[in-house]
Design a protein around this ligand. Structure first.
Ligand code: SF4
Length: 250
């Protein structure tokens, strides 16, 4: 492909960034993300289940908390409260004895309240649609999307700080003001990634991992990122030193 103005041959990256639509890049993104996750995805306890109760517990625990801190407490919690019924019938003091170890003490209250709502008001039937999930205490749009996509494998978008950072960098929104317009745009991108309904579980898990392990807030690891070819942040912000450059210059 040739740059019509300069008459020069375009690099593969210029072709991808300059000549393709956002939809093309989203399609590349979802595909590359899934391939990357198959090799690099983290094996986390809540990824070995589709039980909505266990996924709810993990998502409430993971709010503003590191995976390594959550893992042992998640296991301890499920040993003590293996079902929504055992949790609903326990005292809040017993629940908080475990959840307070994570800090942010509302977590135990949310989990206990949600368990009671589901067990007593919904006869133990775990909600599997967005509106019903959002009606539960302490559940926002991210957690509802995570439960729908991770437990029920439904087409539901997620946006947390990791997802926001990755999408903002790749699609050139990183310097936008963090206002309602920005939020709307990020949700639109997250929804577009999964709109074909394919691999929703994997696409959503992958972007969380990419944000947690590669596209980290400080010093993103661009040279080993599967998105370098389509990433606007990399294109404009990151010094172009590839692993091979540093190998030859050393
Ligand atoms: Fe993040 Fe760099 Fe990957 Fe872009 S290329 S998504 S900035 S790690």
């Amino acid at each position: 492909m040739v740059d019509k103005k300069k008459g020069q041959r375009l690099s593969r990256k210029e072709q991808v960034l300059g000549e393709t639509t956002r939809d093309d890049r989203l399609a590349f993104f979802s595909k590359a993300l899934v391939a990357w996750f198959e090799q690099n995805g983290r094996d986390l306890p809540w990824r070995r289940t589709r039980d909505p109760y266990k996924i709810l517990v993990s998502e409430i625990m993971l709010q503003q908390t590191n995976v390594d801190i959550v893992i042992p407490i998640y296991s301890k919690f499920l040993k003590r409260f293996p079902t929504i019924q055992t949790l609903a019938k326990s005292s809040i003091q017993d629940v908080k004895k475990i959840t307070d170890e994570l800090g942010y003490k509302r977590r135990g209250e949310y989990l206990h309240e949600i368990a009671k709502q589901i067990f007593y008001e919904k006869k133990g039937q775990f909600p599997s649609n967005l509106d019903e999930l959002l009606a539960l205490k302490g559940i926002g749009r991210y957690t509802a999307g995570a439960i729908l996509s991770f437990a029920f494998e439904k087409t539901a978008a997620i946006v947390d700080v990791n997802v926001e950072r990755v999408l903002a960098r790749i699609f050139g929104l990183w310097d936008w003001e963090k206002n309602a317009k920005f939020e709307k745009e990020i949700w639109k991108l997250s929804e577009a990634m999964i709109e074909n309904g394919k691999n929703v579980w994997t696409v959503n898990q992958s972007i969380l991992d990419l944000g947690a392990t590669i596209c980290i807030a400080q010093k993103p690891k661009c040279p080993i990122c599967p998105m370098v070819e389509i990433c606007e942040y990399y294109d404009r912000k990151v010094p172009k030193i590839t692993p091979l450059d540093s190998f030859f210059s050393s």
